[in-house]
Write a protein that binds this ligand. Structure first.
Ligand code: ZN
Length: 327
């Protein structure tokens, strides 16, 4: 028994994947697959503009290569072949196996340089329950990259197939900005803290600590309490986006509670239409537009309105904070 367990530990170390491994795959992938080479080259010429909304830094990006993802009909996603299943991946797609449980892939339709997708090796729905530990370990393994997760009704374009994504450090303005705002501690577990961050246009909870089990415990408590919100009652998991980083020897997990998959302006039939489908990246302060007109006309008021619509009300957030504080 003892032998078997030490063999298993050794095996885990052998299949450890490093940042160097995934960056080497990236360097091989771009020249070996023209679509990917072209899409990453287009990022160099991508139009972006910066906007400050009530003191929050935002970036508006014009990125037409994301149109399939932005306009994905998640209700019909089961009717088309799953693009994250191994047998459906193009032959050009390079893969790195992670713990025999996930595959690291270069995202062919990037939002930024070094955009990775970490997909489950089996076809199973997008759910965070039981995967927080994996996500924490990945964030440390891939530091300084930022890991993020889009809930099945909170921006994921492949809700039928479990996946995380990784972005370059500092790509999303929120990575730095949350640190300068006042935060209120809601719960703690030894040296691990769950706090609420005020004044950033959208509600944000943060869990900080170095102990994986304590982070999981606080996350699971928040997860259960979020189910109390009316819009989550019929969902398989509370609507949310997650961002996770390993920095300065501890984990930082930002939790963005959601109340809606897409804002009303997405469905408008008139000039007010804006094809914005918010996921972690938008919650992180990057608004991705796929239409030149949307890119040029998006206003600070639109940003405020979109955040307000797709996140729980202040009243709902106070309910969550009060419930957690009373535990
Ligand atoms: Zn699949």
């Amino acid at each position: 028994m003892g032998n078997r367990s030490s063999h298993s530990t050794q095996h885990k170390q052998e299949i450890m994947v490093t940042v160097n491994d995934i960056e080497m795959m990236y360097d091989r992938q771009l020249p070996s697959w023209q679509l990917v080479g072209d899409n990453y080259a287009a990022l160099e010429k991508m139009m972006v503009r910066e906007m400050v909304v009530n003191g929050c830094n935002m970036v508006i990006q014009y990125n037409p290569c994301r149109s399939t993802s932005v306009t994905a009909n998640i209700n019909k996603s089961h009717e088309r072949p799953c693009f994250l299943c191994d047998h459906n991946l193009p032959t050009e797609q390079l893969r790195i196996s992670l713990w025999d449980k996930y595959q690291v892939l270069v995202n062919p339709y990037p939002l930024f340089k070094h955009h990775y997708t970490i997909a489950s090796t089996i076809h199973t729905p997008q759910r965070i329950a039981g995967r927080v530990n994996d996500m924490l370990q990945m964030s440390k393994c891939f530091a300084p990259y930022t890991l993020f997760y889009n809930g099945p009704y909170s921006g994921a374009s492949a809700p039928m197939h479990m996946h995380f994504q990784a972005s370059e450090e500092g790509y999303m303005p929120i990575e730095k900005q949350w640190k300068t705002n006042p935060r209120r501690e809601v719960m703690r577990c030894n040296n691990t803290h769950l706090s609420y961050i005020e004044g950033l246009l959208r509600p944000i909870f943060v869990i900080e600590g170095a102990d994986i089990e304590e982070i999981e415990r606080l996350f699971n408590t928040l997860y259960k309490v979020l189910f109390q919100l009316p819009h989550n009652k019929d969902c398989e998991e509370p609507m949310m986006n997650l961002m996770l980083r390993w920095e300065e020897n501890h984990y930082i997990m930002l939790i963005f509670p959601r109340s809606k998959h897409r804002p009303d302006c997405y469905y408008a039939n008139d000039a007010t239409r804006l094809l914005i489908s918010p996921g972690s990246v938008e919650m992180g302060g990057i608004f991705v537009t796929i239409d030149n007109h949307d890119f040029a006309t998006l206003t600070p008021e639109n940003v405020i309105q979109i955040y307000r619509e797709v996140t729980p009300s202040q009243e709902d957030i106070y309910h969550i904070i009060n419930t957690l504080s009373a535990l």
